[in-house]
Ligand binder design. Sequence first.
Ligand SMILES: [Zn+2]
Length: 209
Amino acid sequence: MNTRKIKETLKYQVFHHSCIPVHYSDELHLSILKREAQAFNEKNPSCDSVAQYNYVILPSGRVENLVPAGIYTAHCGLNTGEGKINNDNSISICVSANLDREKMTDLQWKALINEARYQGEHRGLKPARHKDIVATSCPGRNFPYSKLLKEMKVKKLYDDVDEKRWSYPAIEYVSRAGIMTGDEYGFRPKDPVTREELAQVIYNLERKK
Ligand SMILES: [Zn+2]
């Protein structure tokens, strides 16, 4: 059952927490998660994935894609079609921390925003929490869900400017301040500037004073 491809039916991204203390190392998180999946698989012989989540966001902000997004993980119960959101039509994103007791790290928060935006924009997956599906406290009391939904609505500035690019903060600043804008091709970060474009930039700057 676990190795079944479900790509064509993916509709949701479901958020979880792992209940593992956030001060443990990334490696310890990974080994605990793998052990948990093994124990689960032993009790449920039809399940065989290496983790119960497709994506795990570790305390350092590292994102591990443990199970490819099109492959089944038993992350929200064993249901295979019942209920609006189920294991068959969703991927799982787990913030590895105990969010009932503690907060995720800043790096986890940034990685979560990036991952949730990516899954929303590129795969069209709608967000949901584990507790929206079954009776559980997961993803924990301190999971900032409404804040995340707000962040997901913030449109990416330009298609050709990666948020991880070194110049991103500067490009974001000059764009939001109206000093420089993009065009139908995007921001064109590596193109040379013409004299008339430079004139426009100086004009925009002077008018802001
Ligand atoms: Zn969960």
